[in-house]
Structures are given as C-alpha cells and as structure tokens.
Write a new protein. Structure first.
Length: 518
C-alpha cells in the first residue's frame, strides 16, 4: 500500500512529549513519527506531503450529535435565519411554493429560535394558519425539544382540548385552559415529530449521505446517532456510509437494538432545554411565578432501572442532563446502581450529555464515580445571554464548567448536538477558550480552558469516551490514519482568532474524504 510522509508544518499529536517533525502513514495506519530525514530513509518510496505551514492533527471525533436527525432536517424549510413570526411564515411559504406542494401537503420547518424572534415568544397555531391556511404545518425549535403545529396539523395528529399532557411533556393551551395553542414541548412534541414520514418518492439514504459530507467538512470521521430507534438504525447502517457512526439505543423505546453492530450502548433523556426553560433545576428560573424549576422526564425508580440494566449488561449509558436537578438524579442513580450490583459504574464509562448547569460539587462526585461530562460549550455563544435572563449572572457564568472539570481530572468532551448547531469543532474550541456571548460579554472567564485542552476534548478524550483510545484520537504509531489539516495551528494563534481557522482536508483511514490533497 502507498506510504505517505507529512511534514513542513506544526503536528499536534495529542500525545505527551515533543512534537515530531514528520509523520509516516502506511495505508490506513500511522507507522512512525520522527524527523523527516529518518522517515524518508525508512520509507524511501513514500509520497511526500508538504504541509506548507499548515497544521496536522488527529481527525475529530463527535462525542454527541444526531446524524440521522441532521439528515432528516436537510430537506426541510430552514428557519434559523428567521427574526420574527412573519419571517417564519414567509420562509415556509417560499419553501412550499419552491417545492410545488399542493394544498393538504405537510409543510415542515426546522431551526427557529424564539429567543431571537422580535416577539421573544414561540409562534402559535394562528400565526401558522395565517401563513399557510391550506396546509398542515409543523415547525421544530432549534433545540429539538419543542415545536409548533397549526390547526390542520393538530387535527391530523389528533390533538384536541381533551388530550391530556403526556408524562414528561406539555401541550400549550389558549386562554380557556383547554384549547391547544399549537405549542408543544418535550415528549408532547418529540413523540409526534418521530411519527412524521419521509417525503414520498425520495431516496431514503440521500439525506444521510449528505449529512456525512457535512461532518467530513468539519474534520469529523466518527459521528454519533444520539437516540437510535429501529428506523434510524436502518438508515445509518444501510446507507453504505464512509463515516463511522455509533448509535445509542433509545432505552425506553428501542432497547432491543443494544448489542447490534454500530450500537455503543443506551441513551436516556432526563430533562429538557435551559434556553427553552424546560431543563430541570434545583432552584427556580428567574421570572414567572418565582417557583418554576422545569421538570423531570422520569422518576428516580425509572432512571435507576435504566442504569442498572446498562451496568448489568456491561453497556455504556448516555443521559441527557441540562439542569442541576437532572444531574443530581443521574449521579444518585449511578451511585445506587453501583451499590446494588456491586460493580463500579466507571466500568461502563457513563456519560452526562450537555451538563450545562452541573454544579462543581456534582462534578467532584462524577470524578469519584467515573461519569464523563460531555459539554455543549457553544451554548455560551448561542444562548449565554438568554441564560443570564433565565438564571441570573452567577448561575449563567457557571454553565459548561470546563476549567473545574479539567482541575478534577475528568476526561470531558465537547459536542454540538447537531442538528441544534453545525458540527463545527473549531467553533467549539473557540467557545471553550473565550466564553464570549453573542452580546459580547465574557461569561464565566474562570471556566475558560486552553485551546490545547479543548482540542483534546474532541480528539483523545472523545476516543476515550468511545472506548477507542487505543485506536483513535491521537497521532501515534499503530493508530488509524485519521487526520485533519487545518489552515493554522489553534494553539499558536490568539484565542479570539481560532474561529477563523478552516478545515482544509479530512483524511479517514489514510484516504482523503474532504478537500483536496495539497
């Protein structure tokens, strides 16, 4: 097989010790590191790849996202740029007309954020009725935790004034307290969104193949499907993808998937979204009646049963926890499962997904138990100002407490929860190193970390989270030749300039899957 020597630029191996001057790749594996002359003598016929001052790193590994959800959103009306209810309606109408959709056809949009709309509120069924009176309409919030249906869509889904709120979710009501307003949150919305069929006549694998290219363009060679059911499993396992995908079986609704190829363990949801005010908190949100704390999805008994199942089977479990009350529930159930089964919970490397408002004392307990936090650090940029409104400056400043996790020795990771935002690892590194909000304030400067620490969170730490640290996550002899070429070294530029760095090439198993060899 063809051998290749990379040289001529900074090489960040994510391994201890001095950086090598060159890397020798043999097919799909890294063969050796060292000086250029020594590697040329070792492999005299190798292809030479001059980095010309650009940086070479191990390719990025995605610690948490939903690749199949991204696939399903690529063909929807994109609402992320909408600044008002009227603009949402205009985008939906343009989408319908561009697709030539007939009256009665479903119009589905994704990505609106009520926090940036002029109304500073979710639209209701009447607003969507006015925009598209002849079509059932469903729009999904950027967080994926809530959405809005118009009157026709509510009728099609059988939601009436007599429909009760489901466990772990709420149906918005009008002033009479009964008539559905169109707004649905948590399980009231997600259960319906899962029922939406793909558009008729489309290649069922077209979206997932397009999603693969999005990840490759950001230097990612392994993506996660963070809540997998039978349909999603068939999608990523049957598409013949080049990217590696690790799915996590929905433990409540699809536990039978555990143990199948490509399934890394189980996933559960314990609460909602902090920017959507559904995350479960120990102390109340600001505003409202002064007593609202969000709410849980499950009881402790249910969560303990989920964790005990995973631990007894030796399977990893990932738990979505945004609020500190949800974090507390996960921690105590992990501890209880460990005590009940007499097996260390750290053996299965449980992960707390998001850990947005986890307390520092909780992180210390996670370090003792071996629970890995995977932080959504880009929340600081996208919703940091909203968090100040919802929680006050002190609590908001402690979101994504990366420095505390680093000082406790936790092998934390960083993710983007795609399709909530793009799977842009460079942006997450920038966020972690700067903690700047959209409004321009530095939120919790004491929780910043170095660019190098942030890069470890999306390479070697991510590999550890997946039990893959012997195969991936760093540039070392014997490991897979998964590499990313960046326009500059993130550790050598001013932290505020990191966001300007671009992925030039992504190499998976020794082959270029994005960009062009230069």
């Amino acid at each position: 097989m063809q051998k290749t020597i990379y040289f001529g630029g900074p090489i960040l191996t994510m391994e201890p010790g001095p950086a090598p001057r060159a890397v020798l790749v043999d097919g799909d594996r890294i063969e050796a590191l060292g000086d250029l002359a020594a590697l040329e003598a070792r492999a005299p016929g190798a292809q030479r790849r001059d980095l010309a001052g650009r940086a070479l790193l191990p390719a990025f590994l995605d610690p948490h996202s939903h690749i199949t959800a991204l696939a399903s959103t690529l063909g929807l009306a994109q609402l992320g740029a909408a600044g008002s209810w009227a603009e949402i309606g205009a985008i939906l109408r343009a989408f319908r007309d561009g697709k030539g959709m007939a009256p009665g056809a479903w119009v589905v949009g994704f990505g609106y954020d009520h926090n940036v709309l002029d109304e500073r509120a979710h639209p209701d069924r009447r607003a969507l009725d006015a925009a598209l009176p002849d079509n059932p309409v469903m729009i999904t919030h950027a967080s994926g935790h809530m959405g809005v249906l118009n009157t026709a869509a509510l009728a099609a889904m059988g939601i009436t004034a007599d429909t009760p709120d489901p466990p772990g979710g709420k149906i918005g009501r009008e002033a009479d307290g009964r008539t559905p307003s169109g707004y649905l949150e948590e399980t009231a919305f997600t259960s319906l969104a899962a029922q939406m069929p793909p558009a008729a006549g489309e290649d069922p694998y077209a979206g997932i193949r397009a999603a693969q290219e999005v990840y490759f363009s950001h230097g990612i060679v392994l993506a996660q499907d963070g809540l997998t059911d039978a349909g999603r499993y068939g999608l990523f396992s049957g598409a013949g993808l080049t990217i590696d995908v690790v799915g996590y079986a929905d433990e409540k609704n699809a536990p039978e998937l555990a143990g199948r190829p490509g399934i890394g363990g189980y996933k559960i949801f314990l609460d909602g979204s902090p920017q959507g005010r559904t995350a479960w908190m120990l102390e109340p949100y600001l505003g409202g009646d002064g007593a609202y704390t969000g709410y849980p999805i499950y009881t402790d008994a249910e969560v303990l049963a989920f964790v005990k199942t995973a631990l007894s089977q030796g399977r990893q479990i990932l738990a979505h926890c945004n609020g500190d009350a949800a974090a507390a529930q996960y921690i105590r159930c992990c501890r209880a499962a460990q005590e009940a089964l007499g097996r260390p919970i750290r053996d299965i490397r449980p992960v707390m997904i998001h850990a947005q408002l986890v307390r520092r004392t909780q992180l210390a307990e996670m370090a003792r138990l071996g629970i890995i936090p995977s932080f959504f650090a880009a929340h600081v940029w996208y919703w940091g100002d909203v968090h100040v409104e919802n929680f006050g400056a002190q609590r908001a400043s402690s979101i994504s407490p990366l420095r505390t996790a680093a000082e406790l020795g936790l092998p934390f990771t960083l993710h983007q929860d795609t399709p909530v935002i793009q799977p842009d690892m460079i942006e997450s590194v920038w966020c972690a190193a700067n903690r700047i909000t959209r409004g321009g304030r530095v939120l919790g400067a004491e929780e910043t970390i170095s660019p190098y620490e942030a890069l470890r969170a999306v390479t070697i730490n991510a590999a550890y989270q997946y039990f893959m640290e012997r195969e991936r996550g760093s540039i070392a002899p014997g490991k897979r030749a998964d590499l990313v070429l960046l326009s500059a070294d993130p550790t050598a530029v001013a932290p505020e300039k990191i966001r300007e760095i671009r992925v030039l090439e992504t190499v998976k198993d020794g082959k270029t899957v994005y960009g062009q060899a230069v």
